[in-house]
Every structure is written in structure tokens, then in C-alpha cells.
Design a protein around this ligand. Structure first.
Ligand code: GLC
Length: 409
């Protein structure tokens, strides 16, 4: 069965591969995650007073975009408004629960967009659809939807071209009529090139939604391969994940991923053609925490050795064994080889992994060369029918790249 051709915006999105999610808002001042108001039952007037000290003095759109760029990330998805109803953008009179009405007195979305343009990063916006602040969300849903849709119109008409909108919250009223036709119509009218995403949440990973949706979501879950065959539209996939256990900053959350884990997740996403959207939670004053930017930069160094294998290569019919897999472009195949380092020491050695032969099946192309992308070392290989066996050498002393990539031509 035929696979539909992706629309240019969707093909572009897939080639971006890796993005930075940013959860930041008033909740950062409480340092207990972005759900703190709701879960700790903070009274609305008390919570809204955070605006008086929300100075955003360290929020620097250019610096954030530069951190994303050094990390090898090609887009940023910023929470323009989260469930607490507070907007980082100037709602232009729709609400006074926004950044210009806070101590910051600035339009922070405008600042991030400017930073993104300067660094060549595509700006995307998370926008909540559920709202703890607006009474109409509970007592006059039609009026609430008017407010939400006008808010999106403001985002779509005030800042030039934006890369996409990422909605979250329809799962809060699964039976409501969210009037998605109207919402997405506003976006298509003003931002025809913007990606439209609507998070299906933790319990419906990868579910297809409205026909205007351009990418499915896998919130904190390993993405599954997409079956595009026979579909009316080619839809991309994206896995979002946070670096510890909270999206908004958790001052007492020490449970962070390492660069090695991030590399593993990035590879697992690319294996099935999905994007990886990795979250940071800036501090109260708007700076990305040091550990987060350092870990991201480290992964960026890993990507920079072989960007073509990460961004351009697509899923392949070639099969590896265990965690090993292949991606391909028109010209070559990239083999992603895991577990090359051996654990343990002279007395205790852990099983599995290490240097040695690695087999791949379904290889239809005739192979003439194989080399590691990180040091150009040529690799011995044998090919018989559709079976390819490469002799994976181990890491030289001083090296451990977590996942090593061989280029096959
Ligand atoms: C969830 C949460 C939210 C977070 C989002 C990110 O839906 O409600 O706080 O923004 O996931 O994927």
C-alpha cells in the first residue's frame, strides 16, 4: 500500500529531529513543578500575586536559543501558556494574567522568538487548552473557547512566522466539543507552515486525532514505529520527555538523566523516525539550570560528530539485533551500534556487549565500505545475500561514545 508524501512542513519537522521543550511560568517561583498550584491547592489570588515578583531578570531569549543550538537541537517549544493560565506573551488586552502585567513588564515570547531567529532555531509554542485561572473554563465553555481561540490568533498574528503550536489539555474534558476545526482553521489561515500538535497525554500514546494534526505525541514513552501505509496524510511523531521527574523546575528533584541516557533516548526516537523533544525547567528568574545546559551541551558534542546520521537519516528495513539498528539516506546506511564498552574489571566482567561481529539482515544494497564516523577507522565486513556482518572494533582507550555509528556505502 502507498505511503502518502509528507507535506513540506512535516518533512522539515522530521529532519529537525531534536528539540528543546521549555516549561516556565509563575510556578518556577515555587520550585515544585508546573502542577504545584493545583496539587497544593494554592488559592488563586495568592498564586496570582507571584506576578509581582516575576521579574524574569535572567530570561535571555538569545542565550536560551544558543544553548539549544549547542545541544544540537533545532527547535524550541516554549510554554506560552500553561494550565495556570498565565501567558508569557502579550495577550493584547485579552487578559491581565500575562507577562506584560507582571514585574517583568515584557513580552517574553517576543524575546524568545528574536533569540531563535538570531540563532537559526525554529520557535514553537506549547499552549494549554485547559485553564485553572479562567472561570469560564468551568462555567461557560463556549465563552472560554472564544478566549482560547482569540489567544491563539494573537500568537499567530503578532510575531511573524512560527514553527508550530503544541496544544495540551483536551484530555481534561474528553467528552467536550473543543471546536478543533475552528482552532486549527485560525492557525492554517495565519500560519500555513506551522506544525499543529495536540498532546494525547500519558494514556493515549501515539493516538491519531483531528485530520489537521501534523504529529502524534508520545509523552514520556518510547515511540512506536508509525505505519504510514494507506493513510490519507503522512503524520510525524514526537516523544517528549523531561530531564528529571518534573517539567517545571523542581528544586528538590535530583533525579536527572545523564548524557548517556539522553543519547540512548534520542537514538531510540530516531530509530522509528520520531523527533525527541527534551524538556528543561528554567529557574524562577528564567535561566536554564547549569546541570541541564551542561548535559545538553555534552550530547550536542556527540551529535556534532555525525549530524547527517541524526537529522537526515530515516528508518530502514534493515534489522539489527538487540538494540542495534539502521537508518538510511539515499546514499548510505548508518548502523547504530550499542553496548560496545564492557562493564566490570579484570575480576568481574559483565556479560553482553563488547567488540566483535554484529549482524544485520534485510540489506538489499551491495556494500563496498564500512567505517566508524567518529574516527574514520575502516571496518571489516562480510556480506552474504541480505545478511551483513560487520566486525565492530571496540573503543580505543579514552573513548566511550555510548552509541557508535558506522557508515556503510
Ligand atoms: C502533561 C502535563 C503537563 C506537561 C505536559 C508535557 O500533559 O499536564 O504539565 O506540560 O504533560 O507533555
Amino acid at each position: 500500500m502507498a505511503i502518502p508524501t509528507p507535506e513540506p512542513r512535516i518533512a522539515r519537522f522530521e529532519r529537525m529531529g531534536y528539540g528543546m521543550f521549555i516549561h516556565w511560568g509563575l510556578y518556577a517561583h515555587l520550585g515544585q513543578g508546573e502542577w504545584v498550584q493545583h496539587l497544593r491547592k494554592v488559592p488563586m489570588d495568592e498564586y496570582a500575586r507571584i506576578k509581582d515578583t516575576f521579574t524574569a531578570e535572567e530570561f535571555d531569549g538569545r542565550q536560551i536559543a544558543a544553548i539549544a543550538k549547542a545541544a544540537g537541537m533545532q527547535y524550541i517549544t516554549l510554554t506560552s501558556r500553561h494550565h495556570d493560565g498565565f501567558s508569557l506573551y502579550d495577550t493584547r488586552g485579552l487578559s491581565d494574567h500575562d507577562a506584560p502585567h507582571s514585574a517583568a513588564g515584557r513580552d517574553l515570547v517576543a524575546e524568545l522568538i528574536e533569540g531563535c531567529r538570531a540563532e537559526g532555531i525554529s520557535p514553537h509554542f506549547y499552549h494549554t487548552t485547559l485553564d485553572w485561572y479562567q472561570p469560564s473554563f468551568h462555567n461557560d465553555f463556549d465563552a472560554y473557547l472564544d478566549y482560547l481561540h482569540q489567544s491563539i490568533e494573537v500568537l499567530c498574528t503578532s510575531y511573524g512566522a512560527i514553527g508550530g503550536l503544541w496544544f495540551d489539555g483536551n484530555w481534561s474534558k474528553p467528552d467536550a466539543d473543543w471546536k478543533e476545526d475552528r482552532l486549527y482553521g485560525i492557525i492554517r489561515q495565519h500560519q500555513p507552515e506551522a506544525m499543529i500538535v495536540n498532546n494525547t497525554g500519558l494514556s493515549a500514546l501515539g493516538a491519531l486525532g483531528h485530520p489537521e494534526i501534523d504529529s502524534v505525541t508520545f509523552e514520556q514513552g518510547r515511540p512506536a514505529p508509525m505505519n504510514h501505509e494507506g493513510k490519507d496524510k503522512y503524520v510525524a511523531a514526537e516523544m517528549c520527555q523531561t530531564m528529571n521527574r518534573h517539567w517545571g523546575i523542581g528544586a528538590e528533584d535530583f533525579n536527572y538523566m545523564s548524557p548517556a541516557e539522553i543519547i540512548g533516548h534520542l537514538c531510540a526516537c530516531r530509530k522509528v523516525g520520531a523527533n525527541y523533544l527534551l524538556n528543561v525547567g528554567p529557574t524562577a528568574s528564567g535561566r536554564i539550570p547549569d546541570y541541564e545546559s551542561a548535559a545538553l551541551r555534552r550530547v550536542g558534542e556527540w551529535i556534532a560528530t555525525h549530524p547527517e546520521a541524526i537529522y537526515d537519516a530515516r528508518p530502514s528495513a534493515i534489522q539489527g539485533s538487540g538494540a542495534d539498528f539502521a537508518l538510511e539516506t539515499d546514499d548510505c546506511v548508518y548502523l547504530f551500534i550499542h553496548h560496545l564498552s564492557r562493564g566490570g574489571d579484570a575480576h568481574v566482567s559483565l556479560s553482553g556487549g563488547g567488540a566483535g561481529p554484529r549482524g544485520f539482515t534485510n540489506v538489499e544494497r551491495e556494500v563496498s565500505s564500512a567505517r566508524w564516523l567518529d574516527n574514520d577507522e575502516a571496518l571489516r565486513f562480510a556480506q552474504e545475500q541480505d545478511l551483513l556482518c560487520i566486525e565492530a572494533t571496540g573503543y580505543p582507550y579514552g573513548v566511550d561514545r555510548v552509541v557508535r555509528i558506522a557508515e556503510i556505502r
